[in-house]
Design a protein around this ligand. Structure first.
Ligand SMILES: [Zn+2]
Length: 253
């Protein structure tokens, strides 16, 4: 059994066959799917999905890309959503200085506000970090955060070490299968299995051989297989430990 700890199946890419995508995952050993919020609207959709499907849990949050157009009134709405009992994390939140779709001066205060919400509700964080490692670590340290997962990990050895030292989980997507992804594979070799979570980030980042197509939760098995290969252990062992990790981290019942 595997858990896809990060995907976006509320997105319009799944409007034609969302139910089938969820069934296909269930029928192929995906025990749970955690659907991640990326805006107020997507967070509401995420909670709705979780209400309608026993195997789906939700996270609510606002992606740093959306920081410029985030309406401060949205925070209260987000909190109401976050109080639903199938909401297991605040995310994805963080900083993105690569695409810079929103200004850094707007990203940071939003990130801090949402960290505040996670503290109020006792929920862990799902972190998006892109070319923002220094600020991410600085803020999380200041806020004394220990329960966080760095999603779609693509950092170097130093960032990995800092994250592990702070007690964070490291999450890998299907991009670990890409030909040029040596840095990511190196991180997966170095990170202890007890601190690894698996995800697809679907609809994005389809595995090698399916690139450019829509991704879906069932493909999380490719991440498990690659990590097994890198660590020279069985896929079953990777599945067992990472599923246990996810259940503990998100407190899945
Ligand atoms: Zn995502």
């Amino acid at each position: 059994m595997l858990i896809d700890t990060h995907c976006h199946i509320d997105f319009p890419e799944y409007n034609q066959d969302r139910g089938e995508v969820i069934s296909r995952a269930k029928d192929n050993g995906i025990e749970y799917i955690i659907n991640i919020g990326s805006s107020l609207e997507n967070s509401a959709a995420s909670v709705e999905l979780a209400k309608n499907h026993a195997c789906v849990y939700a996270a609510v949050g606002v992606h740093p890309h959306d920081a410029d157009r985030f309406d401060p009134d949205g925070l209260e709405k987000l909190e109401t959503l976050a109080r639903h009992d199938k909401v297991v994390a605040i995310g994805e939140i963080g900083l993105d200085y690569f695409k810079n779709f929103s200004k850094a001066e707007n990203q940071k205060p939003l990130f801090k506000k949402l960290i505040g919400l996670s503290k109020d509700l006792g929920l862990p964080l799902v972190i998006h970090s892109r070319q923002a490692e220094e600020d991410i670590l600085k803020i999380l340290k200041e806020e004394e955060i220990t329960r966080a997962v760095v999603h779609c990990f693509s950092g170097g050895e130093n960032f990995l070490k800092d994250c592990l030292d702070m007690g964070f989980f490291i999450s890998f997507t299907c991009n670990i299968t890409y030909k040029k992804a040596d840095t990511i594979r190196r991180a997966a070799e170095l990170a202890p299995l007890e601190r690894i979570l698996l995800e697809t980030d679907a609809p994005y980042l389809s595995p090698e051989g399916m690139r450019g197509k829509r991704n879906e939760p069932v493909n999380v098995r490719f991440v498990a297989e690659k990590i097994a290969e890198l660590k020279m252990i069985s896929s079953e062992e990777v599945a067992r430990v990472t599923t246990e990790n996810a259940k503990n981290f998100f407190k899945l019942k």
